[in-house]
Design a binder for this molecule. Structure first.
Ligand SMILES: N[C@@H](CCC(=O)N[C@@H](CS)C(=O)NCC(=O)O)C(=O)O
Length: 225
């Protein structure tokens, strides 16, 4: 089995799928593609039917889309506990994952994942306030239900889905409740997350579209135009 994924520093969707594979000790090979450089989009399109990563390749089976990858892994390794074991908790976990997949666009656009960076104060809190409020509520409800440290007690795919949000909160020093801040620390404490981070910070590549200083400069130029 092989996971095709992009720059560890920037690729939030790659991180999610990779965390599930690594945390649940599923053997896989890695195929790293770039999100920058000459012809990068075409290079991804040659490997990915959707033109996006991550993509899981298992023999003849080619699975794009993070949620589909997680479900494929859950079907293939039902004993691993990728989703919570109870039906009710599985429903809540899948709902949280779906909400993450389809939403929080203000946060995702205003605060791109950039693991090696530290940019406190560079994201306008008003731009992300509504998304953060919902995330705090969602995390708070699930953590008080489970007792933590992860959303359903032990780490599941729902946590993998939110790991990039935890990283954004840390990188941009976003103001969150103590409960949410503690959950961010729990994500950072996960050995699989630390493994990814250790490689991410070594990467030399810069993706300008995901650099907050570039985005701030572009906004200022647009205002002046
Ligand atoms: N809906 C996709 C989103 C994947 C995605 O947007 N991946 C980004 C990298 S984090 C990508 O491939 N971008 C390349 C592009 O948009 O051309 C999923 O759930 O996996």
């Amino acid at each position: 089995m092989k996971l095709i994924f992009a720059n560890r520093n920037y690729s939030s969707w790659s991180l999610r799928a990779w965390l599930v594979l690594r945390h649940f000790n599923i053997p896989f090979d890695e195929d790293l593609v770039m999100l920058s450089g000459e012809g990068w989009r075409e290079a991804i399109r040659r490997k990915s039917p959707s033109g996006k990563v991550p993509v899981l390749v298992d023999g003849d089976v080619v699975v794009p889309e993070t949620i589909a990858i997680i479900e494929y892994l859950n079907d293939k390794y039902p004993a691993k506990g990728i989703w919570p074991s109870s039906r009710v908790e599985r429903a809540l976990a899948r709902a949280a994952a779906a909400e993450m997949h389809g939403g929080f666009t203000a946060l995702r656009n205003a605060a791109p994942m950039n693991l090696r960076a530290s940019h406190p104060g560079k994201v306008d809190p008003d731009e992300v306030a509504a998304d953060l409020k919902r995330i705090e509520r969602l995390w708070g409800d699930l953590l008080s239900r489970s007792g933590g440290p992860y959303l359903f007690g032990s780490f599941t795919a729902a946590d993998a889905m939110f790991a990039p949000v935890a990283a954004r909160i840390r990188t941009y020093g976003l103001p969150v409740t103590d409960v949410a801040a503690e959950y961010v620390e729990a994500i950072y404490a996960l050995p699989a997350f630390q493994d990814w981070l250790a490689e991410a910070i070594k990467e030399p590549w810069v993706v300008e579209d995901d650099e907050i200083d570039v985005l701030i400069a572009r906004k200022a130029a647009a205002r002046q135009a």
